[in-house]
Design a protein around this ligand. Structure first.
Ligand code: NDP
Length: 473
C-alpha cells in the first residue's frame, strides 16, 4: 500500500475541495468519509487527481495508509461529530501523531481537545479555514493554532495550498491550542459586521433614495475600484445586478429577508464581552440577523407604527455613503483587533496581530485592499491598541467621520434602521471624548450601593455626601 503524508476525514463540501487542493499541489492524500459511497463518488469524479488520492473504507485502512508521524485533517460538522471522529481515530494512532481540526470549532472545544489528546501523547492542531468552497479548492486563508513543532511538520503542505498575497502564503500559526480557531472566529465576526454595513447602505439607497437593486449594484461595482475594494463589495455588486431567471425580477427582491446566525458571529460577541470588550458593530450585525428572523413581528410593527420619519434632510450623496462605509468598516476592524489583543493576553497566545491582517489579505471572505495597509499600521505599532488611531487610518477617519455622522443622522430622521453604522459612530464618539458621562453612573452606584468612586483630585474608594432617601411615589 502506498503511503500518504497527510489524510483527511470528511468529504463534504469543504473536505472534498481541500483534498483536491492538497492533491493538486503534488501531495498524495488519504481520504475517508463516514458514508463510504461518498468516498467512492469523490474519487470517481477527481479526474487526473485520483492517482494522488488514497481512499479507505475503514479507519484502520485509512490510518495504515499514512506515513508517520501521521497527520490527519478532520473536516466534519463542528461540535459532536468532531469528538466522534476523534474517539474513533484516537485509539488507532501512535504517540507523536497529529489530528488537525479544520472545521469552524469553538476555540473552547479546541482547547479541551488539545489538552485531552496531549495527555495521550497525541498532537492536536485547531486550524481555521476561510474562503468557502472556492477558497478550499484554490487557496483559502488558513489560521493555525496548536503545538508549533507539530505545525512545522505539515507547514509546507498548508502554505502550498493556501491563498497567496504577492507570493506570501496566507497561512500562519497564531499560538498554542485555540489561537487559530479564535482568529477564525473573530474573522467571522468582522465578516458579519462588514456584510451588515454593506446591507445597510443598500437599505438607505433602496428605501431612502428609491434606487433599484441594479443601480445600487452598479454603484458597488464602482466602489470596488476604489478604497472599498473587497470581495464582499464585489459580490454584493454582482448579486444586486442579477435577475431571477424565474420571474425576471431582481434576485434580491425574491429572497426572504430573514437570516440565521449560526455560531461564529455570536461567539465573537460572547467571547469579546467575557474578555471585557464590546465589539458593538459585530454585536449589531448579530442582532440584525436575530431581529430579521422575527419577520411576522416586524410586519405587525410596520402595520402598527407605519412610516415613523419625523423630518427629512437631504439624501447623502453617493460619495458621502462611500466615505461613511469606509469609516464604519475601519471601526469594525478596530473592534475586531481589540478582541484579538485581549484574548491573546488572557490566554497567553502571543498572537501576531499583523499576521492576522496579512493572512486575511487573500483567500478569505473579508479580503480587501485595506488589509495590507492595516498589517503595515499594526507592524508600526497601534497607539492605545486602536487601529483608527494609527496615522493612516486616523486621516481616513477624520475624512470619513462627518460622512458617517451625516448618514446616521439621515437614516435616524428617515426611520431607516442602520444599527451597525449607528454603533460605529457611537463607538467613535466615545473614543474621542476624554471626559464621558460615567461620573454620573459612578455616583448613582455609590448612592444606591455604596460602591465608592475615585475623585478627580485623587483618592479611590471615596463616598458621596448623598442626602437622605428619595421618595418613589
Ligand atoms: P458538509 O455538511 O458539506 O459535510 C459534512 C461532513 O461531515 C460530511 O463528510 C459528513 O459525512 C461528515 N460528518 C457529519 N457528522 C459526522 C459524524 N458524526 N462522524 C463522521 N463524519 C461526520 O460540511 P462543510 O464541508 O460545509 O463543513 C465542514 C466544516 O467546515 C464545518 O465545521 C464548517 O463549519 C466548516 N466550514 C465550512 C465552510 C463553508 O463555506 N461550507 C467555510 C469554512 C469552514 P457523511 O457524508 O457521512 O454525512
Amino acid at each position: 500500500m502506498s503511503h500518504a503524508r497527510i489524510g483527511l476525514v470528511g468529504l463534504g463540501v469543504m473536505g472534498a475541495n481541500l483534498s483536491l487542493n492538497i492533491a493538486d499541489h503534488g501531495f498524495p492524500i488519504a481520504v475517508y468519509n463516514r458514508t463510504g459511497a461518498v468516498t467512492d463518488a469523490f474519487v470517481a469524479s477527481a479526474g487526473d487527481l485520483a492517482e494522488r488520492l488514497v481512499p479507505a473504507q475503514t479507519y484502520e485502512d485509512f490510518v495504515a495508509s499514512l506515513s508517520k508521524p501521521r497527520a490527519i485533517i478532520i473536516m466534519v460538522k463542528a461540535g459532536g461529530p468532531v469528538d466522534a471522529v476523534i474517539a474513533d481515530l484516537g485509539p488507532l494512532l501512535d504517540e507523536g501523531d497529529m489530528i488537525i481540526d479544520a472545521g469552524n470549532a469553538n476555540f473552547h472545544d479546541t482547547r479541551r481537545r488539545e489538552a485531552a489528546l496531549r495527555e495521550k501523547g497525541l498532537n492536536f492542531i485547531g486550524m481555521g479555514v476561510s474562503g468557502g468552497e472556492e477558497g478550499a479548492r484554490h487557496g483559502p486563508s488558513i489560521m493555525v493554532g496548536g503545538n508549533k513543532a507539530s505545525y512545522e511538520v505539515i507547514r509546507d503542505i498548508i502554505e502550498a495550498i493556501s491563498a497567496k498575497h504577492d507570493g506570501q502564503p496566507c497561512a500562519a500559526h497564531f499560538g498554542p491550542d485555540g489561537a487559530g480557531h479564535f482568529v477564525k472566529t473573530v474573522h467571522n465576526g468582522i465578516e458579519y459586521a462588514d456584510m451588515q454595513m454593506i446591507a445597510e447602505v443598500y437599505g438607505v439607497l433602496r428605501d431612502g433614495a428609491g434606487r433599484t437593486p441594479s443601480e445600487i449594484g452598479a454603484l458597488f461595482e464602482a466602489w470596488d475600484k476604489g478604497p472599498l475594494k473587497s470581495y464582499l463589495v464585489e459580490i454584493s455588486g454582482k448579486v444586486l445586478q442579477t435577475a431571477d431567471p424565474k420571474t425576471g425580477q431582481p434576485m434580491v427582491d425574491v429572497i426572504v429577508d430573514t437570516a440565521g446566525q449560526k455560531g461564529t458571529g455570536r461567539w465573537t460577541a460572547i467571547e469579546a464581552i467575557t474578555l471585557g470588550q464590546s465589539p458593538s458593530t459585530i454585536e449589531a450585525a448579530v442582532a440584525a440577523r436575530s431581529w430579521s428572523s422575527e419577520k411576522a413581528t416586524r410586519e405587525a410593527g410596520q402595520a402598527l407604527f407605519g412610516d415613523d420619519a419625523v423630518e427629512t434632510m437631504p439624501m447623502p450623496s453617493d460619495a458621502t455613503l462611500e466615505k461613511a462605509l469606509l469609516a464604519a468598516k475601519l471601526i469594525a476592524y478596530d473592534q475586531g483587533f481589540k478582541i484579538l489583543i485581549a484574548a491573546s493576553s488572557t490566554y497567553d497566545w502571543g498572537i501576531d496581530l499583523a499576521a492576522a491582517a496579512e493572512v486575511w489579505r487573500e483567500g478569505c471572505i473579508i479580503r480587501s485592499a485595506l488589509l495590507d495597509d492595516m498589517a503595515q499600521a499594526i507592524r508600526a505599532g497601534l497607539p492605545h491598541d486602536q487601529l483608527i488611531f494609527a496615522p493612516t487610518f486616523a486621516d481616513m477617519i477624520r475624512e470619513g467621520a462627518p460622512a458617517l455622522r451625516r448618514v446616521v443622522a439621515y437614516a435616524a430622521l428617515k426611520g431607516l434602521p442602520i444599527p451597525a453604522f449607528a454603533n460605529a459612530l457611537a463607538y467613535f464618539d466615545t473614543m474621542r471624548q476624554g471626559r464621558g458621562t460615567t461620573d454620573l453612573v459612578q455616583a448613582q452606584r455609590d448612592f444606591f450601593g455604596a460602591h465608592g468612586f475615585e475623585r478627580v483630585d485623587g483618592g479611590a474608594g471615596q463616598h458621596g455626601p448623598w442626602a437622605g432617601t428619595v421618595s418613589h411615589s
